[in-house]
Design a protein around this ligand. Structure first.
Ligand code: SAM
Length: 257
């Protein structure tokens, strides 16, 4: 079914893929993370993910694919799913460069109909994906559908506390209610990291902590860990974030069917 918000976001991510790839070059991690997974996966995540060799893993909203490369480097058989063909094309070339065999699938995370049910041991998603998705419950229902019974569902998202502040050097000023899920409409350019106004549209959705937890549970998963971590982010989108959590991690097991 057509989703106008997702269509606009896809167009924007396709247009911005080249810039995103350049920013990944600046970080210089994509060439290393298959050998040094700790560069892109926190100890909180690795504790649950290891050992992963030989397991079938699906990464939803794979973007720069650094997590995909890290998991493939750990020996997993990884499928990388993203709505943006351009993002996947960059990742596929890079996978070839570092010698990783990865399956790439272009799909919306709320409609994984091209993927069989119960086909993965692990589904991993996050790192700033849910913010682009208008229906969190549908997204996680699809994630749980493609997971085998007792399979692991790992969500590591940017913490909802990052979303609500105004740009300000002086201190935190609430810009939008924590409870306002959006959609927030922006006129944006191809530049994603250093946003400036442009001819493209993007739509963002601000999910709360309980939205994330509720969506994982409604998808038929039993939560085994919830963690909030990271507090050294000096600035996020112009707001001083020191002392607030950067990430929200939810680790769950798909209940037996
Ligand atoms: C910020 S990246 C997140 C992944 C990674 N952490 C990164 O920084 O590149 C966001 C990714 O989500 C993808 N995305 C946005 N909406 C999506 C949707 N509805 N279905 C699948 N992927 C989506 C975008 O194309 C983009 O590659």
């Amino acid at each position: 079914m057509t989703n106008l918000y997702h269509d606009a976001n896809k167009t924007r991510w396709n247009a911005g893929a080249e810039n995103w790839a350049k920013s990944a070059d600046d970080r210089g991690l994509w060439e290393r993370c298959h050998q040094e997974p700790e560069l892109v996966l926190s100890p909180y995540e690795l504790r649950h993910l290891r050992p992963i060799s030989g397991k079938r893993v699906c990464v939803l909203g794979s973007g720069d694919n650094q997590v995909v490369f890290a998991l493939a480097g750990l020996g997993a058989e990884v499928t990388s799913v993203d709505i943006s063909r351009q993002q996947l094309d960059f990742a596929s070339k890079r996978a070839e460069q570092v010698g990783l065999a990865i399956r790439f699938i272009q799909a919306d995370v709320t409609d994984l109909s091209g993927i069989d049910s119960e086909s993965f041991d692990v589904v991993y998603t996050g790192g700033h994906v849910a913010v682009w998705v208008s229906d969190l419950e549908k997204y996680y229902l699809e994630a749980a559908r493609v997971l085998k019974s007792k399979g692991l569902f790992v969500v590591n998202e940017y913490h909802p506390f990052r979303r609500i502040w105004k740009e300000s050097r002086d201190g935190l000023i609430v810009g939008s209610s924590y409870y306002d899920r959006g959609p927030f409409e922006y006129d944006v350019s191809e530049e994603i990291l250093y946003e400036k106004p442009g001819h493209l549209k993007s739509y963002e959705f601000h999910w709360t902590v309980s939205d994330f937890i509720g969506a994982v549970m409604k998808a038929g998963c039993q939560i085994i860990e919830v963690s909030e971590f990271g507090e050294d982010l000096a600035h996020w989108e112009g707001a001083p974030m020191n002392g607030l959590p950067e990430n929200l991690l939810i680790v769950a097991k798909r209940c037996a069917r």
